[in-house]
Design a protein around this ligand. Structure first.
Ligand code: UTP
Length: 227
């Protein structure tokens, strides 16, 4: 059975979104299952995480505590997706590697949030991909791929169709990583996908059906691979 991990930006799965928007992602995930894939899903913290982190930071909380609030937020968002998936999903977001393994053994869709401070949910998605031997990690975000510059600021910015891990690392040129401010991908996520040669496909979640297009073999977004 082909295996994939889908990382959903917390911008799509949060309590401010209309329930129908979250249901659209749940429908797509069920379609992925009916196509014969085993899928693991990781949900980001989105605006929930950012609002807790900025409040806690202003109150003097440590980086680790701010990260922890991001983790809790991503787990609450994961519960929203689990609610919409119903019986198809394992009922609780695993909080450790051991729980993730147990959840995966149930045969249900594992939906996770964060795991530990010092990384983003992209690192969780990369580790989950290793755990379930997924070949591809689909990163469903709010941009339609990796650009040479910020396309919102530079209209001539170029969309990269394909990048190697090292080209991707160079473009990100990760300098400072802190609670609520990890880039499109973080250092841990990069290291994990490159050591296990997990393909990464970065796409927009608008519409959610883009996930199906990727699994049907369409070349959308940016593909990140060993070479
Ligand atoms: P993310 O940054 O992954 O979610 O987690 P997001 O903001 O929704 O990002 P996108 O849109 O999915 O890319 C929110 C915060 O939770 C903490 C970090 O502080 C992160 O910025 N976090 C998350 C951790 O500390 N460890 C984790 O394993 C996951």
């Amino acid at each position: 059975m082909p295996r994939i991990v889908i990382k959903l930006s917390g911008s799509y799965i949060n309590p401010v979104q209309p329930p129908s928007a979250i249901e659209s992602f749940a429908r797509v995930i069920k379609e992925v299952l009916s196509m014969g894939f085993q899928a693991g899903v990781v949900v980001g913290g989105g605006p929930t995480a950012r609002s807790y982190i900025s409040s806690a930071r202003a109150l003097g909380a440590s980086q680790a505590l701010c990260d922890h609030l991001g983790i809790l937020s991503s787990r609450m968002n994961a519960f929203l997706l689990i609610s919409s998936l119903g019986e198809a999903a394992y009922p609780v977001p695993p909080t450790s590697i051991e729980e993730a393994l147990q959840a995966a053994a149930s045969g249900k869709v594992v939906v996770m949030g964060g795991l530990q401070p010092g990384q983003s949910t992209n690192a969780v998605a990369a580790v989950l991909a290793e755990l379930i031997s997924a070949e591809t990690l689909i990163n469903v975000t709010t941009v339609d791929g990796v650009y040479s510059e910020d396309p919102k600021k530079v209209p001539t910015a170029k969309l990269y169709k394909k990048l190697s891990y090292s080209q991707f690392a160079e473009i990100l040129s990760i300098r400072r990583e802190e609670a609520g401010k990890y880039d499109l991908f973080d250092t841990v996520a990069l290291n994990v996908v490159s050591r296990s040669k997990i393909l990464v496909r970065i796409i927009s979640g608008e519409p959610p059906e883009n996930i199906i297009r990727v699994l049907r073999g369409e070349d959308i977004g940016t593909l990140i691979s060993p070479t």
